[in-house]
Design a protein around this ligand. Structure first.
Ligand code: CTP
Length: 399
């Protein structure tokens, strides 16, 4: 996806420097030509050889190294870059750049480049919140530099708080967005994700194990391909993807209304949500008391089948459903594909290890309306999302 792009990966000296190796692997895997520039302190945390082995290119460390200067030179590296990506970016590095200090190869490259620069800061939370740091970042943002915010978590210094380097995959995605991968530009993709909750009373509900991870991965992947993305999400504990219009809903009926309202704008609809098929006939106004009863019966009524309704009003839209099954996977998936008038269904056996609701991986088969079945091995949900969007892009009318 980043085929032929020249990316300078700057690594500055923080404990998260080891994660830059995984990021580099993702960049190289997606076809980018990557050149790593390390600061002196980064070399205290991880050896240049790791990056050299992964990138297949010499690692640049010194501003005035004659051999490196002759071979490529800091200016030519800055010139050739399509993107300078700094991960991790320390408070010191950001501070230097914000104040025009270029006293090593990395800061000089950043100063000399006309390419976009993306910083992925990682530091102690007090440093992150320090007004000096905040001013430096704000200044750089005003000047057009890009930042991917650190996440909340356990920090190496023993603190808990914001300052942790995001997952390498997230940084990779942000880089992709900046490099403007655009297969889906001009298209609107509507994605649903997560479970729905059907309330019994103010403190209880019926739901399922869906985590929303698959749907969120699809929303990010569609955004990364340049689409306008609307994500209708049930209750999940995931971060809203940046640059995506996220609509939060709770029940199947709310999801139905939100999806139907947004569907008219969509070119592609992907229904990864695990919608509850039934809801309680009555919702108690107050918490239901158990009383003396030994058993109780909850009467349920059918929820609207959102996907089937979309299938009835399909028009020109590409419609993709999910089938989470525990038995007779292909039979049930085929029934849903034809019964709901879909172009494609993503089938997974949720009882299989490495597939299904809560994990980070999935094992899926893609069934299309023309009768073809594509079986995919176990892979991360991000990769499944990317592949799924490749297949969907191929189904869209050309031009
Ligand atoms: N779906 C939906 N609205 C519902 C139920 C399901 O839009 N009320 C969508 C899901 O988002 C998914 C697909 O239909 O894309 C299949 O969902 P699934 O729960 O696997 O199947 P159901 O159609 O509900 O059938 P069953 O429960 O009998 O397996």
């Amino acid at each position: 996806m980043l085929q032929g792009k020249c990316i300078v990966l700057g690594v500055s000296g923080g404990i998260a420097a080891y994660k830059a190796a995984e990021l580099l692997r993702l960049l190289v895997k997606s076809g980018a030509e990557a050149h790593v520039v390390m600061t002196r302190s980064a070399r205290e945390f991880i050896a240049p050889l790791t990056f050299q082995t992964l990138s297949g290119n010499p690692v640049h460390t010194e501003l005035f190294d004659l051999i490196q200067e002759q071979e490529i030179g800091h200016i030519s590296l800055a010139d050739r870059a399509d993107l300078v990506l700094v991960a991790p970016a320390t408070a010191n590095l950001v501070g230097k750049v914000a104040n025009g200090i270029a006293d090593d190869l990395l800061t000089t490259t950043i100063m000399a480049t006309r390419a976009k620069v993306l910083f992925a800061p990682a530091m102690n939370s007090n440093m992150w919140n320090n007004p000096v740091y905040r001013q430096n970042q704000a200044k750089l943002e005003d000047l057009g530099y890009h930042f991917i915010e650190p996440v909340y978590g356990d920090l190496a210094c023993g603190w808990q708080g914001p300052g942790k380097l995001p997952d390498p995959q997230e940084i990779f995605n942000a880089a992709q967005v900046l490099l403007g991968s655009s297969e889906l530009s001009g298209k609107t993709v509507l994605v649903t994700a997560g479970p729905t909750r059907e309330e019994l009373d103010p403190v209880r509900f019926l739901s399922n194990y869906s985590s929303g991870k698959m749907g969120y991965a699809i929303a990010r992947a569609a955004r990364n391909r340049g689409a306008r993305v609307i994500l209708v999400s049930g209750p999940v504990s995931l971060t809203e993807p940046a640059g995506v219009e996220t609509v939060h809903v709770v029940s199947a009926q709310e999801m139905y209304r939100a999806v139907m309202e947004k569907a008219v704008q969509a070119d592609v609809i992907i229904k990864a949500a695990a919608v509850a098929d039934f809801r309680p006939v009555r919702r108690g106004e107050q918490k239901t008391k158990k009383g003396p009863a030994e058993a109780m019966t909850v009467e349920l009524q059918r929820n609207p089948d959102i996907l089937a309704e979309l299938g009835r009003q399909k028009g020109h839209r590409i419609l993709v459903g999910f089938a989470a099954e525990t038995e007779e996977l292909l039979k049930h998936a085929r029934e849903k594909l034809t019964g709901k008038n879909l172009d494609m269904i993503v089938a997974n056996d949720v009882t299989q290890e490495g597939a299904g609701f809560d994990g980070d991986t999935n094992i899926v088969r893609l069934l299309t309306a023309d009768g073809k079945i594509e079986e995919l091995p176990q892979m991360s949900k991000d990769l499944v999302a990317g592949l799924l969007l490749d297949r969907i892009t191929a189904l869209l009318p050309k031009g």
